[in-house]
Each structure stands twice: as C-alpha cells, then as structure tokens.
Design a protein around this ligand. Structure first.
Ligand SMILES: Cc1ncc(COP(=O)(O)O)c(C=O)c1O
Length: 387
C-alpha cells in the first residue's frame, strides 16, 4: 500500500455497487480471531471490528456452530409462530442486561430499533418534540436520522416527523431549558460513537434522567454501538447506574448476523398490544441463535473483564507518537491525534493495522473485537511510536 493512499480513498466502487462508500485499500478474503486476511495473503490487525460488529472476533467456534445448527434445524419463522429459541434469546438478553426491563422487541438494525423506540415514546406522550444530543448518530431511517446531528447533509425527506431540539453535550442548564413538557423523549448515546468515542458520563446521564422524570418525558439510551459489552459492562445503563425507559442495541449483539433489540421498561411494555409493532426478519431463529451464542461467549470467556483490562492497557501504553490523549470507554476508544486522524489511519494500515475514523478529524477510533489481547496492543503501540 503506498504512503499517500488514505484508508478512505475518495474513489467509490465502480463494480456495480451503489457508489456510496469510499473504499479502504484492503480487500478482505477471510479472517480469523482479530486478524483480517487480505486478497494477497497479507494479515491486518482489525481494531475496527467491522464498525463495532465483530465482537467475538472471526471464526468464533461457538457462534459459528450455533448459527449452523439453527440453519439446519429451521432457518426462519415468523414472529406469529412461537419458537422456544426466540423466547430464550429475549430472556437471556434481559438477564444479561442486569436491568429491570420487562420485554424485548427483536428487529434487524439499529435504526429500526431507534425508529420503534421513538414511535413508542411519541405515542405514549402525545407530545410533538424529541431532544437529542449534538454529535449523536442514530441511523438512516426517517425518525432515526431526524435526531442525528448534522443529518441535513443527506436527510432527503421534506420534513422531519417531529420537532427536534439538540442539546449541547454536558451543559446541564440546556437540559432544563430544552427538555420541557413538550418533550416526548430524550434520545442519547451514553458513549457517542461516530462523534469519536465521547463519554457523556454518569452525572450528565443522571441529570437527563431527573429532567425526564420532572417533565414526564421518556429516556432512550441508544446503545447500538456502545452497548452489549463494548464498554466492558453489559450496557452503559449498567455501568453508570442510570435506568432509561428504553435501550436500543445492535452491532455486537449478533457478531455480524443482522439483529437488533429494543428493551422496554414495565411502563413502556404496558402500552404494547398486538399490531403496534411489526417486522419480518426481526426475531428470526438464526438471529436468536446468534444472540444466545454471543451472550454465552461473553459470559463463559470472561470477555467483559478482558475488555476492561485491555482497554486500560491501551490507555496506559498508547499515548505515544502522534497520540496526545485517549477518550471513551472499554473498546469504544478514541485516540486523540496531533495530526489529522486520516493520515494516522493510512500509516497504521501500511503497518498492517486497521483503525477507524470519526466525525472529529483528530480522533482515530478503536472498536476491536472483545477478544483483543495485550500482545495486539503492543503492535499498535509500536506502530504509533514509529509515526
Ligand atoms: C449509535 C448508533 N445508533 C444507530 C446506528 C444505526 O444502526 P444500523 O446501521 O444498524 O441501522 C448506528 C450505526 O452506526 C450507531 O452507531
């Protein structure tokens, strides 16, 4: 790879795929553990995890066997036909959360989970406005992108489906001023992903909870990226001790199989009735098998503990070369860089390490599989020291 090729080259694909993603100069042929194997046999350490998805790494035996077994047994059935594996997946996810949620609605993508969460909040409160956070990303569907910061650049719909107010991060006075009796819900990523691994912290999240209670609004944690173990706890709600009315989660949940979930409190669950929500693929048995396998692996392999330990190791060893500081939590980490992050990404990729970018041009984002070890971090530290 040549030195001037940036990880995201300006050239979109010209092979029949919609030209909407700039392409990294790395063609993946296969993968194992934390390694991607390129088309020319090159091995690349994956600190990006397919955008936070490949939580168990590649070729995980338990996950692969669970998916294969379910494909053989029955690859799909509608939610209208009960299947024990679906109920088991929901119960296991509720137990894994360690939180007092009453039910789970299984869908196929993070945006779909957020779309449903927002719909429920607007229906429950009959209010016209949703508050979201500056820097937040919630997906590409109509409601999810309406609450996404900066989505005007690509929104496309003539109107947003509700009023939206954006809260400046960390400013408590703005929470009181902007979250009012007009507000149906506050939606927030407790650790913002695309913004560059920005941890909003327990105090701010607790302030959102208090204000929602004061004005009768619902609190939605979008844990599509930061949840399901990525920050070294089942969810940010668990880590910070702040109970939202709903959590949405996806990405790590299926380790690559498209599955997402909306967890709802007893108060929200009490408003659900037949026909209110629906999905074709959500809750399919293969999706459920992957959720069960992912929880199994996280628990039996001590992956939350691994994430916490190796994250601390990254923070203590990788402030070298162009890295001036770290931010974020667990394996949703940002390396703050003295030079443009794109340059650092390109140079790391030349040295066989794939890292992500962020909306912040001076943050390299790390979203590695939960199985990453200290020896892999040493490779990163050595590469960074060279830059
Ligand atoms: C925090 C957050 N919410 C929602 C989404 C949308 O998820 P999906 O792409 O599965 O619709 C993303 C995707 O990156 C995300 O990071």
């Amino acid at each position: 790879m040549n030195a001037t090729a940036l990880p995201a080259t300006p050239e979109p694909p010209s092979d029949g795929l919609a030209p909407v993603y700039a392409q990294y100069p790395l063609e993946v042929a296969s993968a194992e553990g934390v390694w991607l194997i390129g088309a020319r046999g090159e091995r690349v350490l994956d600190l990006y995890g397919g955008h936070a998805v490949a939580a168990l790494g590649y070729g995980h035996r338990g996950w692969t066997e669970a998916l294969t077994a379910q494909a053989r047994a029955c690859q799909f059935q509608t939610n209208a036909l009960p299947m024990p594996i679906r109920a088991r997946a929901a119960r296991r996810l509720l137990d894994f959360s360690g939180l007092d949620f009453a039910s789970v609605f299984l869908v196929s993508s993070g945006a779909e989970a957020n779309e449903n969460a927002l719909r429920l909040a607007l229906r429950m409160t009959s209010r016209p406005q949703v508050a979201a956070l500056e820097g937040g990303f919630h997906g590409r569907t109509a409601a999810a992108s309406a609450v996404t910061w900066g989505s005007e650049a690509w929104y496309g719909f003539p109107h947003k489906p509700f009023d939206v107010t954006f809260l400046p991060r960390g400013e408590l006075a703005a929470v009181d001023a902007q979250v009012t009796e007009r507000t149906a819900a506050v939606i927030v990523e407790p650790v913002q992903g695309l913004a560059g691994a920005v941890d909003l912290g327990a105090e701010y999240l607790a302030a959102l909870r208090r204000r929602c209670d004061q004005v009768g609004a619902l609190l939605i944690f979008d844990e599509v990226q930061c949840g399901f173990g990525r920050i070294g706890a089942p969810f940010a709600a668990t880590l910070y001790g702040v109970m939202p009315d709903m959590i949405t989660t996806a990405k790590a949940l299926g380790n690559g199989f498209p599955v997402a979930a909306l967890l709802t409190s007893a108060k929200v669950s009490a408003t659900l009735r037949v026909g209110l929500l629906g999905t074709t693929y959500g809750g399919g048995p293969m999706a459920c098998a992957t959720v069960l396998a992912a929880v199994d692996a996280i628990e039996s392999e001590g992956l939350l503990e691994n994430v916490r330990r190796v994250s601390a190791y990254i923070r203590s060893t990788c402030v070298v070369g162009p890295v001036t500081a770290t931010q974020g939590e667990g394996f949703l980490l940002g390396l703050r860089t003295s030079r443009p992050a794109k340059q650092i990404q390109a140079q790391l990729l030349q040295r066989g390490i794939l890292a992500g970018g962020a909306n912040d041009p001076n943050v390299v984002r790390l979203l590695p599989p939960f199985i990453l070890k200290e020896e892999h971090v040493d490779l990163l530290r050595n590469a960074l020291s060279d830059l």
